[in-house]
Design a protein around this ligand. Structure first.
Ligand SMILES: Nc1ncnc2c1ncn2[C@@H]1O[C@H](COP(=O)(O)OP(=O)(O)OP(=O)(O)O)[C@@H](O)[C@H]1O
Ligand SMILES: [Mg+2]
Length: 172
């Protein structure tokens, strides 16, 4: 994809409860800037919406965050604004995504968090954060966080450092 060496960073962690997945999202939130794109993958019930709830909390959003499955996009007026997008119900994903203005949104001044991002993969810019959630057990999830491009590579490193600092402090 034309990336130079070192411009990709992957980190895999496991969470043991929904609140930990939310905490990961909340920790990421302060790093986010207008135009940032977070592409979420994972099966039904993997924890994508749970993660977005954490991001929303970290951005100071108090309105409840639910899956925007029927209207596809929920917008929250935080700073930066949060666009919560769910592509699950798109049938002809690319065409419909264009119809609902996904591309405009991706280049707008908000943070886009996209559930079922694999369905609109061809529309996503190469520089973004990919987060893949996998069910390990009722309360356990494996989460891969992958940053593409210089800015997101650095961001994923900072997020991992913060997460590990919190967990080491707690474990010691
Ligand atoms: N470690 C964990 N991380 C995330 N969610 C967890 C965890 N443990 C249990 N859960 C539960 O799993 C469920 C995840 O549901 P959620 O709606 O976030 O999934 P989703 O990936 O958005 O699914 P969908 O594809 O249907 O939108 C929630 O009920 C949550 O409480
Ligand atoms: Mg969801």
């Amino acid at each position: 994809m034309g990336h130079t060496p070192g411009s990709e960073e992957a980190w895999v962690l496991t969470t043991q409860a929904a609140k930990e997945t939310k905490r990961l999202g909340a920790l990421l939130a302060p790093f986010l800037r207008p135009g940032d794109i977070i592409a979420l993958r994972g099966d039904l019930g993997a924890g994508k919406t749970t993660f977005v709830q954490g991001v929303a909390r970290g951005l100071g959003i108090t309105r409840p965050v639910t899956s925007p499955s029927f209207i596809l996009i929920n917008e929250y007026p935080s700073t930066p604004p949060l666009f919560h997008i769910d592509c699950y119900r798109l049938e002809d994903a690319d065409a419909e995504a264009r119809d609902i203005g996904l591309e405009d949104l991706l280049y707008d001044d908000g943070v886009c968090v996209i559930e079922w991002a694999d369905r609109v993969a061809t529309l996503l810019p190469p520089e973004r954060i990919d987060i893949t959630l996998m069910w390990l057990g009722p309360d356990e999830r494996e989460i891969e966080v992958r940053g593409h491009g210089t800015r997101y590579t650095a961001l994923v490193r900072k997020l991992r450092q913060e997460w590990q600092a919190i967990h080491e402090a707690r474990d010691s």
